[in-house]
Design a protein around this ligand. Structure first.
Ligand SMILES: Cc1cc2nc3c(=O)[nH]c(=O)nc-3n(C[C@H](O)[C@H](O)[C@H](O)COP(=O)(O)OP(=O)(O)OC[C@H]3O[C@@H](n4cnc5c(N)ncnc54)[C@H](O)[C@@H]3O)c2cc1C
Length: 309
């Protein structure tokens, strides 16, 4: 068995790449198949994911659009209560941030709404592959009167604090135990993708033919308690590997414990990160959660001192 410390990483690198590469990089965490990423791999991977209905992958990239439109068009849009978007009134129109999934589903539900048409037409012009099966290029009267502009990350970073908190989405990859991820996924405004014990077979070479566990901060190394924990993990690993000889990973995983290492990507706006830090760094929070959240919160405070202090 392997024992490692927990860690986290703010995924700045993904902010620099294309939408489809971002979706692939996140989606592959489920299968731990990052080694398959190559120059041409993103598009087929994302198409297959969309076909199979693995919808949360399509939540892992957001786009912020600035729309110049009439108040009637805004009213029509708001009347359909668009879900999973951040929407703010700004000069001459709207600021809208949504994931690829949110745009796809908005258009499926409300194809007749001019703002939905305009946004999806705009995205479709440069990213039609992300809207496959949902959208056909159309030119309609209503859409022509709406000016759509995509905001760059740099422009989003320049927004005033209230809008920055709401429209800046940031993803963090955590390597933690499964008790911690069980708690993180309770934060409903976030999108998540997690290493899947259904698909990952830890007896494979790429996992070192063994199970990886997160070192529990509760027990001093070499103490009697730590030795008991270690004994339990060794026994569990042995049983898991025996089960894999005749069973699938999803069956064998039924013996795996909370201490098992897992990877999870958490993607949400800064307002939600602020909420998460308030709850998950407090003395009432679970210590293994605080172990990663306290240093992460400190890093975010350094980046956005006006928002997080
Ligand atoms: C110290 C601690 C102990 C806990 N113990 C337990 C426990 O014993 N058992 C247990 O089941 N859970 C427990 N939890 C989980 C906790 O109850 C919340 O589910 C979790 O922290 C998510 O936070 P949240 O609900 O505030 O906000 P999020 O889900 O992060 O949502 C952010 C905000 O969106 C709004 N929001 C989202 N969804 C809704 C909704 N459906 N209705 C209204 N407003 C909404 C709220 O304003 C909320 O503050 C614990 C959490 C902590 C921090």
């Amino acid at each position: 068995m392997i024992v490692i410390d927990p860690s986290y990483e703010i995924q700045d690198d993904l902010d620099q790449g294309s939408l489809v590469k971002r979706l692939e990089a996140c989606g592959r965490i489920c299968y731990k198949s990052e080694e398959k990423i190559s120059e041409g791999s993103a598009l087929p991977f994302v198409k297959k994911i969309a076909e199979h209905g693995h919808n949360s992958v399509m939540e892992m990239a957001v786009v912020t659009l600035r729309l110049q439109c009439s108040s009637q068009q805004i009213a029509d849009f708001l009347r359909c209560q668009p879900k999973f978007f951040v929407v703010d009134l700004v000069e001459n129109g709207l600021l809208v941030t949504g994931s690829i999934r949110a745009f796809r589903e908005l258009y499926l539900s409300f194809p007749e709404i001019a703002l939905a048409q305009a946004m999806v037409d705009f995205l479709g012009a440069s990213h039609s592959y992300l809207l496959e099966g949902v959208w056909q290029p159309l030119t309609r009267q209503g859409v022509l009167s709406i000016a759509v502009e995509k905001m760059t990350l740099e422009q989003v970073e320049q927004l005033e604090p209230f809008l920055l908190l709401r429209h800046r989405f940031l993803s963090v990859k955590f390597i933690v135990n499964r008790a911690v991820t069980h708690e993180i996924v309770r934060h409903r405004p976030c999108s998540f993708l997690q290493e899947s014990q259904r698909y990952c077979r830890y007896s494979q070479d790429k996992f070192g033919n063994q199970v990886t566990f997160i070192r529990p901060l509760f027990f001093v190394p070499d103490s009697a308690e730590y030795k008991l924990w270690q004994q339990a993990m060794e026994l569990t690993e042995d049983l898991y590997l025996q089960l894999l000889e005749t069973s699938t990973p999803q069956a064998a995983r039924t013996v795996l414990p909370n201490s098992c290492k897992t990877e999870i990507i958490v993607y949400c706006n800064l307002a939600e990160w602020k909420h998460i830090f308030r709850l998950r760094t407090s003395p009432a929070a679970e210590p293994s959660m605080r172990e990663v959240m306290i240093p992460l919160a400190a890093e975010m405070e350094k980046r956005y001192p006006e928002l997080f202090i």
